[in-house]
Design a protein around this ligand. Sequence first.
Ligand code: DC
Length: 220
Amino acid sequence: MFAAAIDGPAGAGKSSVARAAARELGFLYVDTGALYRAIALYMLEHQVDTEDPQAVEAALGAITVDIGYRDGEQQVFLLGENVTGRIRTQAVSEATSVCAGIPAVRAFLLELQRDMARRHSVLVDGRDIGTVVLPNAQLKVFLTASAEVRAHRRLKQLEEAGQPGAYEQILEEIRERDHRDSHRETAPLKQAADAVLLDTSHLSFDEAVAALVALVRARQ
Ligand code: DC
């Protein structure tokens, strides 16, 4: 088994790059953000106040979260129901960012993530995989891109979706989120001391995938 921890901020292309690299390597791609999203979905649908950590912690007792794969794509199950198609809304994103700061939520998902890495060769995409979840991973990568490049990529995505945005505003939001994610008390986003920095600011998608695959092969 080989475990690679892929951490980094949102919008750096982490999930698409890691997914493509995993396919090329024959590894499982584990999207840990989807697990946090499933928990947030439950809280939203059961009117649990995500700003109340004790209420969230109590509700965890009623939940099970599992991972499966269909045609090579990760599926996330909440209480046995496949909720993969319901976790990508703006409301879920916002609730997830609050829930992910609650220590009990992080503790709840720890064993599931570690178990995946025990049973399969994996590329695990998250925020604290190299620092907390898999401190002994054979490879740790901190995959990032400059805030300016991420803002340009986000702007392009929005334009392609027919929702033009304002560059300055997007850049400001990215900077604010980076600051919040790296300064929160529980599991702040930071590069592990032994992580390789992969800055994709000046790489094409294919170049970023090739760089990640090469890093894994060099440690196999
Ligand atoms: O990567 P994503 O956008 O699906 O992540 C959703 C939220 O969960 C985001 O606020 C960051 C958080 N998250 C986390 O705290 N730890 C992880 N391992 C993965 C995601």
